[in-house]
Design a binder for this molecule. Structure first.
Ligand code: SF4
Ligand code: SF4
Length: 396
């Protein structure tokens, strides 16, 4: 069992200073242009002190909390994937040399030596986001394929998790088994408590690096009542969550409904804007672009985020195999909640709710799955051993 330590809120800056002394570049939540984003911060005063967010389908608003909570918001539109899986990565560059060309040795992020990559310390990683990082580990660093940009960054990262003490209006992590408390996948995990006993954090170390950091920060062993106060906040958060997704037989359900008329219904609402994929902490589609300068002497190849909602994503010689919005929404949801399980042994959804908040027309993945479920059907698909599986999907 992990021991529970306690640090006073006024000592939070010592945590920042200790991370910096260990050579980390600190990234954490901060208020910018009406939202909470993840960016470089230097001290606890850069955190969204006293701010919270209200989220619902297609709506996000910051407001004051009336206390000095450091982590009293729900979730940023940003996710940590932009630091581990950057939106743009230069793969290589080339320069014209006579009638030939030369690949430059500056060769971009893909081959940057691990020593020169930033040592990130992520502060404020929510439990659902830890689950999203674990999912991206399976995508980018698996038994078959390794993305060196991701792997090299991930190996160096220090994770300060912060357990959730309030549920956002679009969260459904409880039903996805990914929150509101982190059990592992962090170096240290904090639970922020403000009560008549003061303003403090209950801390659990989850790694040797976490223990090393805690040895540098003044702390006490948390008392039983303080641990219970922290646990109560997390339990209340779980009860507050009014969205959920029923994941039982979800893969079979979606495979059984590839031709459902419900996709036409979604298509009348979906703008195929790709917002949901940009904010999703697990979506990982990319494309490759070649660019040249005006002289044509120098060229670069870049990998950048793409989305299964863009027209070009499914354009191949001979046409586009996913030209309708019906097909694109179906692809996104069926991959996220069904074929992802076949590919990576896990759902691609952690219940963070970002795709609901940031969809401009408020399409709610939990409601869409319920509507598909109402129809029921017969699931026939091939499993990873190429064996045909047939399963009746019963209506509840
Ligand atoms: S579901 Fe919403 S966010 Fe996603 S592509 Fe459609 S309109 Fe955009
Ligand atoms: S699909 Fe939506 S709720 Fe699920 S992880 Fe992605 S953004 Fe979060």
């Amino acid at each position: 069992m992990k021991s529970h330590l306690k640090i006073e809120s006024r000592q939070l800056n010592i945590l920042f200073d200790s991370l910096k002394d260990l050579g980390y570049t600190i990234v954490g939540p901060t208020v910018r242009e009406g939202s909470i984003v993840y960016d470089n911060i230097d001290s606890a005063s850069g955190l969204p002190v006293g701010w919270t967010d209200e989220q619902s389908a297609a709506a996000y608003k910051l407001k004051r909390r009336g206390d000095n909570s450091y982590f009293g918001y729900n979730l940023s539109p940003y996710s940590w994937k932009r630091f581990l899986f950057p939106p743009r990565v230069k793969l290589f560059s080339a320069a014209k040399k006579g009638k030939s060309f030369k690949i430059n040795s500056d060769s971009g992020n893909a081959s940057v030596p691990i020593m020169s990559l930033p040592n990130y310390a992520f502060i404020g990683v929510r439990p659902c986001e830890i689950q999203a990082i674990k999912i991206q580990d399976k995508v980018f660093n698996n038994w078959q394929y390794i993305d060196t940009v991701y792997k090299n960054r991930k190996e160096k990262v220090f994770i300060v998790a912060v357990n959730c003490t309030q549920a956002g209006g679009t969260c459904f992590c409880v039903s996805m088994n990914s929150g509101p408390k982190a059990d592992n996948g962090f170096d240290i995990a904090l639970t922020e408590v403000i009560d008549k006993g003061g303003h403090y954090f209950i801390v659990e170390a989850g790694s040797e690096k976490g223990n090393e950091l805690m040895s540098k920060i003044p702390h006490t062993v948390a008392g039983q009542s303080e641990i219970e106060n922290a646990n109560r906040l997390v339990q209340t958060t779980a009860r507050q969550m009014n969205k959920s997704m029923d994941t039982k037989d979800i893969k079979e359900l979606l495979y059984a409904n590839l031709e459902s008329r419900h996709w036409d219904d979604v298509a009348t609402r979906c703008l195929t804007c790709a917002n949901c994929t940009m904010v999703c902490p697990t979506c990982f589609c990319t494309t490759v672009e070649d660019v040249t300068d005006l002289t044509g002497e120098n060229a670069e190849r870049w990998k950048r985020w793409d989305s299964c909602f863009t027209m070009d994503f499914a354009r191949v010689f001979g046409g586009n195999f996913r030209s309708s919005s019906r097909a694109r929404y179906r692809q996104w949801m069926t991959h996220k909640l069904a074929s992802w399980i076949d590919q990576f042994g896990t759902s691609g959804c952690v219940g963070c709710g970002r795709c609901i908040t940031w969809c401009p027309v408020g399409i709610d993945i939990t409601e869409e799955i319920e509507k598909i479920k109402e129809k029921g059907g017969k699931g026939e698909y091939f499993n990873h051993k190429d064996t045909k599986v047939t399963k009746e999907i019963k209506k509840d």
